[in-house]
Design a protein around this ligand. Structure first.
Ligand SMILES: Cc1cc2nc3c(=O)[nH]c(=O)nc-3n(C[C@H](O)[C@H](O)[C@H](O)COP(=O)(O)OP(=O)(O)OC[C@H]3O[C@@H](n4cnc5c(N)ncnc54)[C@H](O)[C@@H]3O)c2cc1C
Length: 389
């Protein structure tokens, strides 16, 4: 009898798991159900563009039905409420229960607030299209309100965190806000963009030469960096830093960290302190059988013994590996251990600049780097078969 594979989450990891499993397994081998909160797959890696209005909401997503069309994957729009491993069951918020033989958990991550007082209550985050939309509408409203109420804090924008997504957002703000100021008749010299980072430098882990190039590029467009100082507390209208200084602002956007989905912790998967599930070499849970965890909710160590970063390129690679693992679980044969391929990391700094590495060592920055990054986005869309949708 056909086995039932349930995939939770149609992000980079989940969508690829379902597609790869279906490529290998016939409908007689397995029925595949893909559960996702929305009817669309979100292009999370481009949300910094969505958040400033440089990309429409429509262009920030791909309809799941179109990707799986004709591929015998059942798509279920629903929100997972609980995973009950002892009963091999997933419960949805609307009460539906799905019984599985094999489970792939690809529910992504949540914001990590590191216990900073008031951050959760008073900061925006940017992990979904709806959150990016909220940021965009809020920024537009700040400019519109400034026409009637000349409070400087309306034009002061603070991004907390200078990792990958924080820097990409700062770059987009530096490109988009001059346009918005011109449209609303605001003198751009009144606009301030701050980036606050607890670590001594921006883009921790990046090559120092590229860090310097990124910093100079952004500073030349007016970005003010506060590195080496953590955010201590956020209140409505005020961001308090650990050195005692305070930034008056109506806009705090937090990009400072992520942790695994709480559903993974609640289900009893063995996790590390940031809520990501520990997995074996095949991406299967170390304590719960017949379950793969992929993407941001999995804790995987790289060759150097350090945890792999939460990235889309690793999420879809893990998804593909889980799909292949499921094939061997059902059809037999020898499973291969997951081997991440580091294709490089490129952080955009707005529309015309970008820094990073391709392969293991080729450093790039400038317009060329930006084009290489764009090509990567297209390559991903081609991989899931959605370029022409
Ligand atoms: C602004 C930004 C820029 C980035 N840029 C890059 C980049 O350039 N390159 C790169 O490699 N990475 C980048 N990343 C990181 C990358 O986006 C993530 O690592 C990637 O999205 C993780 O994929 P995933 O499949 O684990 O999770 P996601 O892509 O987040 O997918 C999780 C899915 O699960 C669904 N879901 C969640 N909870 C539930 C529930 N309870 N019930 C049902 N469905 C649920 C969600 O709706 C979503 O579809 C960026 C991230 C951000 C925020």
């Amino acid at each position: 009898m056909a086995k039932h594979i349930v995939v939770l989450g149609a992000g980079y990891g989940g969508l690829m798991s379902a597609l790869e499993a279906r490529k290998k397994l016939t409908v007689d081998d397995a029925r595949i159900t893909l559960v996702n909160k929305h009817s669309y797959h979100q292009l999370v890696t481009q949300l910094h563009e969505t958040a400033v209005g440089a990309r429409s909401d429509r262009a920030s997503r791909v309809l799941i039905e179109k990707v799986v069309n004709g591929k015998d994957i059942d798509v279920l729009k629903g929100t997972v409420a609980r995973i009950i491993p002892d009963e091999r069951t997933v419960e949805l918020v609307d009460g539906q229960r799905l019984v599985y033989d094999y489970l792939v958990v690809a529910l992504g991550s949540e914001a990590e607030y590191f216990g900073i007082e008031g951050m959760k209550e008073n900061a925006f985050i940017m992990k979904t299209i709806n959150q990016a939309r909220l940021i965009r509408v809020h920024i537009q409203s700040c400019f519109a309100r400034y026409a009637y109420d000349r409070r400087p804090e309306l034009l002061r924008f603070v991004v907390g965190g200078a990792g990958f997504s924080g820097i990409e957002l700062v770059g987009e703000l530096a490109d988009a806000l001059p346009r918005l100021a011109a449209e609303t008749g605001v003198d751009y010299s009144q606009v301030e963009i701050y980036n606050v980072e607890a670590m001594p430098s921006i883009l921790p882990g990046f090559d120092p030469e590229l860090v310097q190039a990124a910093q100079e590029s952004l500073q030349s467009r007016g970005v003010r960096f506060r590195t080496g100082v953590a955010v201590a507390k956020v209140e409505p209208g005020l961001v308090h830093l650990k050195d005692g200084s305070v930034i008056e602002t109506e806009t705090m956007i937090w990009t400072g960290g992520v942790r695994g989905s709480q559903l993974v912790v609640d289900a009893g998967f063995e996790t590390e302190p940031r809520g990501r599930a520990k997995v074996d070499a095949y991406l299967q849970s170390v304590n719960i059988p017949n379950t793969y965890l992929v993407g941001d909710c999995a804790f995987v160590l790289g060759d150097n013994g350090r945890p792999l970063p939460p990235t889309a390129q690793l999420a879809w690679q893990m998804g593909a590996a889980a799909g292949q693992g499921l094939y061997h679980d059902i059809k037999g044969g020898v499973k291969e251990a997951f081997k991440p391929v580091m294709m490089g990391t490129l952080a955009s700094l707005g529309r015309k600049d970008c820094v990073g590495k391709v392969g293991r060592s080729t450093k790039l920055h400038g317009r060329m780097a930006y084009l290489v990054k764009e090509a990567g986005n297209w390559r991903y869309l081609a991989k899931i078969g959605s370029v022409f949708h």
